[in-house]
Every structure is written in C-alpha cells, then in structure tokens.
Design a protein around this ligand. Sequence first.
Ligand code: FES
Length: 119
Amino acid sequence: MTGPITGSATATRVAAVGDLAEGVPVRVEVAGTPVCLVRSRGELFAVGDRCSHADVSLAEGDVEEGAVECWLHGSRFDLRTGRPSGLPATKPIPTYTVTTEGDDVLVALTPSTSTGGTA
Ligand code: FES
C-alpha cells in the first residue's frame, strides 16, 4: 500500500492498476460519488468527476501536464490540488486519496494529502 488514508472514509476498490492507461481518465463511483481516476506521469490521482463550472464529466476530457481539461469550455484542473488554472471555472474540484494494494486501486473520499498514488 502506498500513501496514507486519513479520516473515517473507507477505501473502495475501483479498478486494477493495469486498467489505467497513461493520460486516459476513467469515471468510477465511490459510495455514489462520481470520481475521475487518472494515471498521469506514472502516478494515480482521483478528483471529483464534475466540473465546478457546470455539471459535466471531467473523465470525458483530456489529461495534459498534470491537469485534466474540461471538454466543454476548457478549464484545466490541477490533479494534485483540484484548482482551476483558467476561466471560466473559478472554484476547485475535490481531490481524493488514492492507494494501491497489489494490482488493486483504492479510493477513499478523503481529501488527498499525498502527491498521488504510485502506478
Ligand atoms: S463546464 Fe467545465 S469549464 Fe465550463
């Protein structure tokens, strides 16, 4: 296991490490919450799968340089912090804790404090 899990949320298996291609976001659900799971530069990240500008899935966007880009209007959200780097979005999206156990990718609905899970 890599990275700490903090808080009381239970980590949920959402994918296999081998299922995640570099730079190809995947939408998963954790306890009914939509999560965008991303492998970027060899690390795993989980962020809320809802753009803070409007209710669209970020997993349908592109991943570049450690950020996921909203397909509708182009705001880019940092995968580590959830902060948008450009308009029209102005609010951050949540970041979640990702860990791995063997080939299992686990996500907990607690704010990420790590630099991403190791892929
Ligand atoms: S809906 Fe995502 S930037 Fe507008």
